[in-house]
Each structure stands twice: as structure tokens, then as C-alpha cells.
Design a protein around this ligand. Structure first.
Ligand code: NAD
Length: 488
């Protein structure tokens, strides 16, 4: 990878806030630095919005809403489709940008461009499928008309782990439905959103329809927007504690909310599983995004009769993994996002070992620049270990043995989260029982990755509210009106 290509790309990213169709500096010219987690080097300085800047973005979203809501659906859909095409044309640039600011290996960043881009294409197609109903009421005394309307200006807050896909998964359905937005990317990884919004501008999104604020004063800037009486919807992806706090703020305005929160995914391997599939699925479900995914398998619950073989095989695979900067060829494990993430992995592995688990490979942070942690397998994790309760958010594969199907279900459901579960079995009836018994918003049966723009993504329990993607995704941004008319 040539340094000049990286520099050229970084220099091409807008460094301002995008408000009412203008790129502008933050109030008082304040800036915030963005660093490459593989080196710790600052790679770009960008505008750092104040509360007043956030309010200006809110004004723009509110003012542009009536015209955008009245824009024909086909026109809105075509803009999204153009954005999809532009994203494909700039695929390599946007992938590299994600690797530079977030650390994921370039091959995975390309995968995220493919996945994230699909939301633009999917919702460009869904936009025209929103329909109403017309018919006589059961008494025959009148006609009922049911219509769908955009909810209004929306505030979208995204996390750092999937900088592009989390933005497209919210912006695309909002725009398709006729809503305007203010988006606030994570301050650790704002560059991808800024770059993407420049593509939306090129695709013909009118001024004020999409507004971007980047800020280090996250709490106050967000709260000002959430408490604005013109805001009608909050869509948040991030941790459960922050989501809970935002729900309290959103209660005042009785906002529509979508909450994509934390996970603690079980990955259950039965004695009748195809172990080749299970090992392959485990590597994907655990190490994709360096383990920093809400869908990452957190607890490997493996039948006692196959646990030794499973542990040996995943250990061998992990021994062969290459750690390094995501831009280097063949790297599978990039840096974690920051020091805190490394400290958390260190602490969780330490606690598990202290309670009797065994590290079969890895188990330590990597010295030197950047925030790296070795890909790790921890076997024989004991009940009560923190690693079974907490989202690891790092490349640590923790294994717990089980004896009966009931045990597997009990352990899998023993969490306050319910985002995704993975089950490996070749027994169809058992697979069906697990679909019915697991408390989960999504499930992978003999597969290690489930995300798809055409599917409803979302969780049960503390993992969230609402669904993103699929036919469901656009309805998060629509509200229903029922009208009764007299018979003609
Ligand atoms: P986070 O909650 O710290 O931050 C998420 C976003 O919220 C960021 O933009 C951050 O700046 C913002 N934020 C933080 N404090 C805020 C406040 N007081 N007011 C308003 N905004 C605030 O989470 P994170 O560390 O960026 O992301 C990791 C978490 O996200 C994990 O828990 C992961 O499971 C979750 N996640 C969930 C999904 C999903 O779809 N369910 C997808 C990706 C990540």
C-alpha cells in the first residue's frame, strides 16, 4: 500500500460539519483528531461540533422535511440507487478509509462496503413498496383508509465498529421513507461517514436532507437534539447503557426509537454437528471485525463429547492467524479500537483463568505501537466467569462444555441480551427445537454470519428495540394514519 495513496485519500475527506448542504467549520473553529489504531498516529483533524452546531443541524433537518417528504418516491429511490452506484465506484477508497480509521483488515472492509452498500440498493427498491389499505369497515357503515407517512426529522447515532454499514442501515430507510436526518458518527471513526455523505451529495440528496455532526462533546450535543420538539425519531446503535440513557431522554418527546444495542451471542455445538462447518462458522462468528461486532459469538457452548476436538481445531486455526496493520496483505487480526478495549480483553481473560480456565493459544496484549491483542482461545471456562456475562468485543474465543440439550438451552439463554445465537447440529428436529427455545432476535443455523440487508436485524431483551433492514426496516421510519370516510 503506497503511503501517498493513503495520504491523498485522507486529504480528500471533508473536514467540516455538513449542515443545510454546506460544509462548514465548527463554532469557534474547534477540531478533534482521528487516529489510526494500528499506529496511534493522528491521521486527520476534523470539525468538533458545539451544542449550537448540533442545533443548526437540527434546524436544517426540520426545515427541509416538508419538501423531502413530498418528493415522489421514485425520485427518492433513484437518488439512493445512484448513491449505491457511486459507492461501488469508490469501493476501494472507502474500504481503505475504514481500515485506516478503524483497523479492520482490508478484505473485511471491502466486505463491509458490499454489505453496507446493499442497504442503499434494498431501500431504493423498498421505497415504492410501501402501501396503504382501503376497504369497507366490518359494519358496512363507512370506508377505512390506512396510509403511511414519514415520521419526520430523525437523529441517527452510530458506533465505531462498522463505520459504513451502520450509517447506510439507518440513512437509506430514513430517506426512502421521506425522512430527513442528522447523523452523528462515533468520534473515533467519523471519516467514513463524512466521505459517504459527500457521495450522497453527489448522488443528488438535496440540501438539509442529510446533515452530519462530528463531535467530542457527545452527551450535550446529542441531548440538545433529542430534546428538540421538532425531532420525531431517534435511531441508535451502540452499547446498552448508553441506549438506556437515550431512551430516557427520548421519553420526553415520546419519540419513535430504534435501539440496536449490545449482544452476548451463544454459539452452540451439538455432538451431532458437522465439525468442519462448526469450526469454520466459529472462526467467522468470532474473529470477524477482530471480535468487535455486536453479533460476535461470545460464548462457545460445546457438547462434552466433542469439546476436546473442537478446542484443538480452533486452537490450530488461531495459531495460524496473522496479526498486523489491516492494510498489509494476509492480515486477519488488526488492532482493537483503543487501549480500553485491550485492557478489557486482558481483564476478562485474567478473570477466566483465575477461575480455572485454560488458555490454549494467545492470551496477551501485543507490545509496540497500536492497540493489538492476540487472537485467543480460552477452554473450560467456569460458570460465574465475567467473560460469560460481558460482551468481550475482542478476539477471544471462550469455550464452555455442556451435557444435555436442556443444559445448552439454559446456558445459551442465561444472559440479559438476545441479539443473535448460532447453533450447529445436523439433526433437523433439534435445529427446529432450538429455533423455538432460544431467546434471540436472530439465529444462524449451521452458519456463522447472519447479517443481510434483506433481513430484519435486531434483538430481544436488552439487545434492543426495532428492526433494521428487510421489509420491516422502512416501517421504523413511517407512521400510520387511519381515516374513516362516509360510504360513497
Ligand atoms: P457506545 O454506546 O459507546 O457509542 C455508540 C455511539 O453513541 C457513538 O456514536 C457514541 O459517540 C455515542 N454516545 C456515547 N455516549 C453518548 C451519550 N451520552 N449521548 C449520545 N450519544 C452517545 O458504543 P460503541 O463502543 O461505539 O459501540 C460498541 C457497542 O455497540 C457494543 O455494545 C455493540 O454490541 C454495539 N453494537 C450494536 C449493534 C447492533 O446492531 N445491535 C451494532 C454494532 C454495535
Amino acid at each position: 500500500m503506497s503511503v501517498s495513496r493513503e495520504e491523498e485519500l485522507l486529504a480528500s475527506v471533508p473536514d467540516g460539519l455538513y449542515i443545510a448542504g454546506q460544509w462548514r467549520a465548527a463554532e469557534g473553529g474547534k477540531t478533534l483528531d482521528v487516529a489510526d489504531p494500528a499506529t496511534g498516529d493522528v491521521i486527520r483533524s476534523i470539525a468538533d461540533a458545539s451544542v449550537a452546531d448540533g442545533a443548526a443541524a437540527m434546524d436544517a433537518a426540520a426545515e427541509s422535511f416538508p419538501a423531502w417528504a413530498a418528493t415522489p418516491v421514485r425520485e427518492r429511490a433513484e437518488i439512493l440507487r445512484r448513491a449505491f452506484d457511486l459507492l461501488q465506484a469508490r469501493r476501494e477508497d472507502i474500504a481503505l478509509l475504514m481500515t485506516l480509521e478503524m483497523g479492520k483488515p482490508l478484505a473485511e472492509a471491502r466486505g463491509e462496503v458490499a454489505y453496507g452498500g446493499e442497504f442503499l440498493r434494498w431501500f431504493s427498491e423498498e421505497a415504492a413498496h410501501v402501501q396503504g389499505r382501503y376497504g369497507a369497515n366490518p359494519e358496512g357503515t363507512g370506508r377505512m383508509i390506512v396510509t403511511q407517512h414519514p415520521v419526520g426529522p430523525c437523529f441517527l447515532i452510530t458506533p465505531w465498529n462498522f463505520p459504513l454499514a451502520m450509517a447506510t442501515r439507518k440513512i437509506a430507510p430514513a430517506l426512502a421513507a421521506g425522512c430527513t436526518v442528522v447523523i452523528k458518527p462515533a468520534s473515533l471513526t467519523p471519516l467514513t461517514t463524512l466521505f459517504f455523505v459527500k457521495l450522497l451529495e453527489e448522488a443528488g440528496v438535496p440540501a438539509g436532507v442529510v446533515n452530519v455532526i462530528t463531535t467530542s462533546t457527545t452527551g450535550p450535543v446529542s441531548e440538545r437534539i433529542i430534546r428538540d420538539p421538532r425531532l420525531r425519531k431517534l435511531s441508535f446503535t451502540g452499547s446498552t447503557p448508553v441506549g438506556q440513557r437515550l431512551l430516557q431522554q427520548a421519553a420526553e418527546g415520546v419519540l419513535r426509537t430504534s435501539m440496536e444495542l449490545g449482544g452476548n451471542a451463544p454459539f452452540v455445538v451439538f455432538d451431532d454437528a458437522d465439525l468442519d462447518k462448526a469450526v469454520e462458522g466459529a472462526m467467522q462468528a468470532k474473529f470477524r471485525n477482530i471480535g468487535q461486532a455486536c453479533t460476535a459469538a461470545n460464548r462457545f457452548i460445546v457438547h462434552r463429547s466433542v469439546v476436546e476436538e473442537f478446542t484443538r481445531r480452533v486452537t490450530e486455526r488461531v495459531q495460524g492467524m496473522r496479526i498486523g496493520r489491516g492494510t498489509e496483505d494476509g492480515v486477519q487480526i488488526g488492532p482493537l479500537i483503543d487501549d480500553r478495549a485491550v485492557a478489557k480483553a486482558t481483564q476478562l481473560v485474567g478473570d477466566a483463568v483465575q477461575r480455572g480456565a485454560t488458555v490454549t493459544v494467545g492470551g496477551a496484549a501485543v507490545d509496540g505501537p497500536g492497540t493489538f491483542y492476540q487472537p485467543t482461545v480460552v477452554a473450560d471456562v467456569q460458570p460465574g466467569s465475567e467473560i460469560l456475562r460481558e460482551e468481550i468485543f475482542g478476539p477471544v474465543l471462550a469455550i464452555v462444555p455442556f451435557d444435555t440439550e436442556d443444559d445448552a438451552v439454559r446456558i445459551a439463554n442465561d444472559t440479559e441480551y438476545g441479539l443473535v445465537s448460532y447453533v450447529f447440529t445436523e439433526n433437523l428436529a433439534r435445529g427446529q427445537r432450538m429455533i423455538e427455545r432460544l431467546e434471540t432476535g436472530m439465529m444462524g443455523l449451521n452458519v456463522g454470519v447472519v447479517s443481510n440487508a434483506a433481513a430484519p436485524f435486531g434483538g430481544w431483551k436488552l439487545s434492543g428495540l426495532g428492526r433494521e433492514g428487510g421489509a420491516e426496516g422502512i416501517h421504523e421510519y413511517l407512521q400510520t394514519k387511519y381515516t374513516l370516510t362516509a360510504n360513497p
